[in-house]
Design a protein around this ligand. Structure first.
Ligand code: CP
Length: 304
């Protein structure tokens, strides 16, 4: 694979590149435990203009396990961008003088690509608007491969908020490189955009749409549940109409196959009951750890 410079969109990666990232991640499992000094001379800036627990902290954990250093902000309000109206371009042109790589989360679609245009150092998109979350998609693919032993041949349900959820947009595109069947399960108002479905079908993926959570769970290898993204609804009354509609709890789990796995990018609200956390199929906290492993691989491939 050619040099990995930025990671802006899952669209920028082909299957060979994705498989290589997943292979490097597998090698990071032991490095993560032993730690290394591979990136000892490198500094990672984390610029988070939106809240995060997993993405920011797993990137930080990944960098620390590789021996590197970290600076940045977790809230736009503490930066001059939030507090004084500094432009994204000027923020990037400043931070590139302090660090070797920028990991950025921003509420606007297209923000990561804009940042990359102004940056002389690599940019990793840690979530932009409702469009993209490429490292989440890669860690989801890594989790599926690690837990199921393969990706090809699986049937995967993407459930919940398929309209505003950026993780399912990136994961859907990532899965398009594999020989999979995808069930899209969402309330009518939160269905996946037709353009993304068309792209998946064009790539040869068999796609079916359902609007019932029971249908989503039945006879699939992977259930990927997502939160309804309240913060992205233009009108909170629309959110109120769909909240609580898609939910997996103890009453649904009897429909789960024994060998199925349940994933969720987290955070969850009420769509995934904590009453099912003890089940062998519930793998979302293993998925959280895989975020560290996968992000170690990405940092190593870009900076190593
Ligand atoms: N999955 C995910 O992006 O979680 P955070 O919002 O906590 O980073």
């Amino acid at each position: 694979m050619g040099e990995l410079r930025n990671l802006i969109s899952i669209h920028d990666l082909d299957r060979e590149q994705i498989d290589e990232i997943l292979d490097v991640a597998a090698k990071m499992e032991s490095v993560s435990v032993k730690r290394s000094k591979d990136l000892e001379s490198k500094i990672m800036a984390v610029l988070f203009f939106e809240p995060s627990t997993r993405t920011r902290l797993s990137f930080e954990s990944a960098m620390l396990r590789l021996g590197g250093s970290i600076l940045g902000f977790a809230e736009a309000g503490t930066s001059s961008a939030g507090g004084k109206g500094e432009t994204l371009a000027d923020t990037i042109r400043t931070v590139e003088r302090y660090a070797d790589i920028i990991v950025m989360r921003h509420p606007l679609d297209g923000s990561a690509r804009v940042a990359a245009e102004f940056s002389s150092i690599p940019i990793i998109n840690a979530g932009s608007g409702s469009e993209e979350h490429p490292t989440q998609a890669l860690l989801d693919l890594y989790s599926i491969k690690k837990l199921k032993g393969k990706i090809d041949g699986l049937t995967i349900s993407l459930c919940g908020d398929l309209k505003y959820g950026r993780t399912v947009h990136s994961l859907g595109m990532g899965l398009s490189h594999y020989d999979v069947k995808i069930k899209l399960a969402a309330p009518q108002q939160l269905r996946m955009k037709p353009a993304i479905i068309d792209e998946m079908k064009k790539a040869g993926v068999e796609v079916v749409q359902v609007d019932d959570v029971k249908e989503a769970i039945q006879d699939v290898d992977v259930i990927y549940m997502t939160r309804i993204q309240k913060e992205r609804f233009p009108d909170v009354r629309e959110y109120d109409k769909v909240k609580g509609r898609f939910r997996i709890g103890t009453e649904q789990v009897e429909l789960l196959r024994d060998d199925a796995i349940v994933l969720h990018p987290l955070p969850r609200v009420d769509e995934l009951s904590s009453n099912i956390d003890h089940l062998p199929q519930a793998k979302y906290f293993d998925q959280v750890y895989n975020g560290v492993i996968l992000r170690m691989a990405v940092l190593k491939m870009i900076l190593g």
